[in-house]
Design a binder for this molecule. Structure first.
Ligand SMILES: Nc1nc2c(c(=O)[nH]1)N[C@H]1C(S)=C(S)[C@@H](COP(=O)(O)O)O[C@H]1N2
Ligand SMILES: [Mo]
Length: 199
């Protein structure tokens, strides 16, 4: 033990280090939806990427499930101040859908069944930073949490994680989504507490 400074062991495992400013931890998983929960069936589900030139590539549910799947365990942070540690998801890294996509766009707008939209830099959904997830905690993702599949971008506030995701639309110009147009921060980094426009 001697040789370790006081508090060393405690600090290395401190949950406080994982809590962004202004957040509180919760074991619950609140539901936050701007409208009714759309009924999206897997047999008619498609997920598409549309480039800035209008070219579209689409995947059926089975085609999505045939892509390499990944488990991820991550903390999530909602702008309403709750954070949830160690959430477990299964899905496809967004990178896998981009293998044959030709684009020079720098931005993406995620579009959902039901009409919700949210924008972010394209770089923020690539390089292992985002997933299309269909399983939560070992069970099919429930409709109220975005099932059958949602975008998961855990390093940004959870409003960027579009539930019932239908399309990623690539844009040359940044195009604010639903909450971003209503005063939420355009980027939404929880560690810099980017909640609203002025932050
Ligand atoms: N399609 C869609 N996606 C959405 C929303 C929404 O209203 N519609 N709400 C966002 C917000 S504000 C948050 S905090 C999270 C909430 O996800 P949850 O309901 O699974 O907790 O979903 C985000 N994704
Ligand atoms: Mo939110």
């Amino acid at each position: 033990m001697s040789g370790f400074s006081p508090g060393f062991r405690g600090r290395t495992h401190s949950l406080a280090d994982r809590l962004p400013p202004g957040q509180y931890p919760t074991e619950q998983f609140p539901v936050l939806s701007a409208g009714p929960t759309p009924q999206v069936e897997t047999d008619t589900w498609t997920f598409a990427i549309t480039t800035e030139s209008g070219a579209t590539r689409a995947w059926t549910w089975q085609q999505m499930m045939d892509l390499p799947q990944q488990e991820t365990v991550t903390d999530i942070h909602c702008v309403t101040r709750w954070s949830k540690f160690d959430t477990q998801w299964r899905g496809v890294p967004v990178d896998a859908f981009f293998e044959d996509i030709e684009t020079a766009a720098d931005y993406v707008v995620a579009q959902s069944y039901g009409g919700y939209t949210t924008n972010m830099p394209l770089a923020d959904v690539l390089d292992g930073k985002a997933w299309i997830v269909h399983t939560y905690d070992g069970y099919p993702l429930s409709p109220e949490h975005g099932g059958p599949a949602r975008l998961l971008v855990p390093h940004l506030y959870l409003w960027k994680s579009a539930k019932w995701v239908r399309e990623l639309r690539l844009t040359v110009q940044d195009d604010p989504g639903f909450w971003e147009s209503a005063g939420y921060h355009n980027y939404g980094d929880p560690w810099r507490e980017q909640r609203t426009w002025g932050d």
